[in-house]
Write a new protein. Structure first.
Length: 467
C-alpha cells in the first residue's frame, strides 16, 4: 500500500495533506544536496587539472610556434625578363629618290599597289644621260692621250739628260787637261776659254732639261687629276644610266607617288615611297633598368613564334609635362606581316643579368622591401631589408623576386609564408623547406593597358617596373 493510500486510511484529510507536503519538501532537499555534491566534485577535478599540471610538469611545456614554409637562399646570377605591350606604328617608309636631274618617261605603279623587290616603279629619260656620258667618255679619251704624250716627252727628255750628263763629264775631263796645258803655256787663252765654254754649255743643257722635266711632272699630275675626275664622272653617269629604271628595294605597298610622265625632277627628290611588308616598327615604354639598350635583347611575340627585333632608338615623350622614356623597335621577317598598324603586340625584353643575387618567392617579400630570415635555436624571425632588381617566373610558373642583400648568405632560410603576425622575434617552426629552381626564368606579363597608356601620353605609369 502506498503512502498516499495509507494516509487516506489512517489520518484525517488535514493530516493527509500535511504529510504529502512534508514528503515533497524532503525529496527536494535531497535533490539539492545531490546537485551540490556533483558541482563540488566537478570544481575539484577542474582545479586539480589546472593547478596540478602547473605544479608537477611545468618545465615540460613549450610555447606555441607558428608552422611556416621557408626557402633556402642560393646565390646565383639571374637574368630578368620583362614583357610589355608595344604599339605598332606606321613604320619607316622606304623612299625611292631621283638619281639625277631629268625627265620622267613613265610611271608603272600607283598608290596602294603591292610590289616586290625588283619591280620597276618608274623610268626616267635616258637620252640626256647618254649624251652626257658620250661627251665625258670623249673628254676622258683626250685626257688619256695627253697623259701618254706627256709620258713620251718625259722619256725623251730623260734620254737627252743622260746624253748631256755624259757630254758634261767628257768636257770636264778635257777642261782639266787643257788647264794643265795652259799652265805650261802650251795652248793659248782662246783655246782654254773654248774648253771652259764647252763645259758651261753642257751644264746649261742639263739645267734646261731638268727644268722641262719638272714642268712635265707638274703638268702630268694635273692631267692625272683631270683624268680621275673624268673617270668618276663617267662612272656616275653610267650608274645614272643604269638607275634610269627605278625599282623597289623591298616587298611592300606603295604609299605615295610624286612623279608624273613628262614631268621634270631634281636629283635627290623623293618620287615613290613604299611601306615594307616584312618590316614592322613598334613603340614601347622603356624601363629604366634597361639603360640605353646596349645589353638588352628584344623579341616580338606572335602565336606563330617570336621575331627578333632591334632597338633602333631610345628616347622620350612628354606625358603630363614630364618626360616618359620610350623606345622604337624594328623587326624584319615574315612574322612582321602579322602586325597591324595601330594594334598591339607583346614585346619581350631580356635585361642585363643581375649578378650575386638571390631569388625569393613572391609571397616572401613583405612591405618595405623586407624578407624575414629564420635564425636561432629555437627559431625566430629577423627582418632583413633587400634591394629588388626585378621579378621573374620559374619553370613551375611561380613568381620570384630578384633581390640583393648584404645580410643574406648562401644557406640562409627565409620565411616564404604570408603571416599577418610576421615581425622580429616571432617564434616559428619550419614545416616545409622550399628549394628555388634557377635553371631557367620565364617572362612576367605586365598590364598592357598601363604600359600603352604611358606610351600614348595618358595618365598611366611613366616608368613600368616589374612590380
Amino acid at each position: 500500500m502506498s503512502l498516499v493510500e495509507r494516509g487516506s486510511l489512517d489520518c484525517t484529510g488535514h493530516e493527509y495533506w500535511y504529510r504529502i507536503e512534508m514528503f515533497r519538501l524532503v525529496r527536494s532537499r535531497r535533490m539539492l544536496i545531490l546537485a551540490g555534491l556533483v558541482l563540488a566534485l566537478l570544481l575539484v577535478l577542474a582545479f586539480r587539472a589546472l593547478f596540478g599540471s602547473a605544479g608537477a610538469g611545468a618545465g615540460d611545456r613549450q610555447p606555441f610556434r607558428y608552422p611556416v614554409d621557408a626557402v633556402a637562399m642560393r646565390r646565383a646570377e639571374a637574368q630578368p625578363e620583362l614583357e610589355l605591350a608595344g604599339r605598332v606604328t606606321a613604320g619607316r617608309k622606304v623612299a625611292v629618290v631621283a638619281p639625277f636631274d631629268g625627265r620622267v618617261e613613265s610611271v608603272a605603279v600607283s598608290v596602294g599597289r603591292e610590289v616586290a623587290a625588283g619591280d620597276v616603279l618608274l623610268r626616267l629619260d635616258r637620252r640626256l644621260i647618254e649624251l652626257s656620258l658620250n661627251e665625258a667618255r670623249r673628254t676622258l679619251d683626250n685626257a688619256e692621250l695627253e697623259i701618254e704624250k706627256s709620258d713620251r716627252r718625259r722619256a725623251y727628255l730623260k734620254e737627252r739628260l743622260v746624253i748631256e750628263e755624259d757630254a758634261l763629264a767628257r768636257a770636264s775631263r778635257v777642261k782639266e787637261r787643257a788647264m794643265q796645258l795652259f799652265e805650261r803655256k802650251l795652248i793659248t787663252v782662246i783655246d782654254f776659254e773654248n774648253y771652259v765654254a764647252a763645259v758651261d754649255s753642257a751644264r746649261l743643257q742639263i739645267l734646261e732639261l731638268n727644268r722641262e722635266l719638272g714642268q712635265l711632272q707638274l703638268d702630268r699630275r694635273s692631267l692625272v687629276n683631270d683624268r680621275d675626275t673624268l673617270r668618276a664622272q663617267v662612272a656616275d653617269l653610267g650608274r645614272n644610266l643604269d638607275a634610269a629604271e627605278l625599282v623597289a628595294t623591298v616587298d611592300g605597298v606603295v604609299l605615295d607617288v610624286q612623279a608624273t610622265p613628262g614631268g621634270h625632277v631634281a636629283s635627290g627628290v623623293e618620287l615613290v615611297s613604299v611601306a615594307p611588308r616584312e618590316v614592322m616598327e613598334v613603340e614601347i615604354p622603356w624601363p629604366s633598368a634597361a639603360g640605353n639598350g646596349d645589353r638588352v635583347s628584344a623579341w616580338a611575340l606572335f602565336p606563330e613564334g617570336a621575331l627578333a627585333v632591334e632597338i633602333a632608338e631610345v628616347g622620350s615623350v612628354v606625358v603630363a609635362g614630364q618626360a616618359s622614356p620610350t623606345a622604337t623597335l624594328i623587326g624584319r621577317g615574315p612574322l612582321a606581316r602579322r602586325a597591324v598598324v595601330g594594334g598591339f603586340v607583346p614585346i619581350r625584353l631580356r635585361l642585363p643579368a643581375v649578378a650575386d643575387a638571390f631569388l625569393v618567392p613572391s609571397r616572401a617579400l613583405y612591405p618595405g622591401d623586407r624578407v624575414f630570415r629564420i635564425q636561432g635555436e629555437p627559431a625566430s624571425l629577423v627582418g632583413v631589408p633587400v634591394a629588388v632588381s626585378g621579378r621573374v617566373y620559374d619553370q613551375a610558373g611561380d613568381p620570384h623576386w630578384i633581390v640583393r642583400a648584404e645580410a643574406l648568405d648562401d644557406g640562409d632560410q627565409v620565411l616564404a609564408s604570408r603571416l599577418a603576425a610576421a615581425s622580429d622575434g616571432l617564434p616559428v617552426e619550419v614545416a616545409n623547406l622550399i628549394e628555388v629552381e634557377t635553371a631557367r626564368l620565364t617572362v612576367e606579363p605586365t598590364a598592357a593597358a598601363v604600359a600603352l597608356d604611358a606610351a600614348s601620353g595618358g595618365s598611366g605609369a611613366t616608368d613600368p617596373q616589374w612590380r
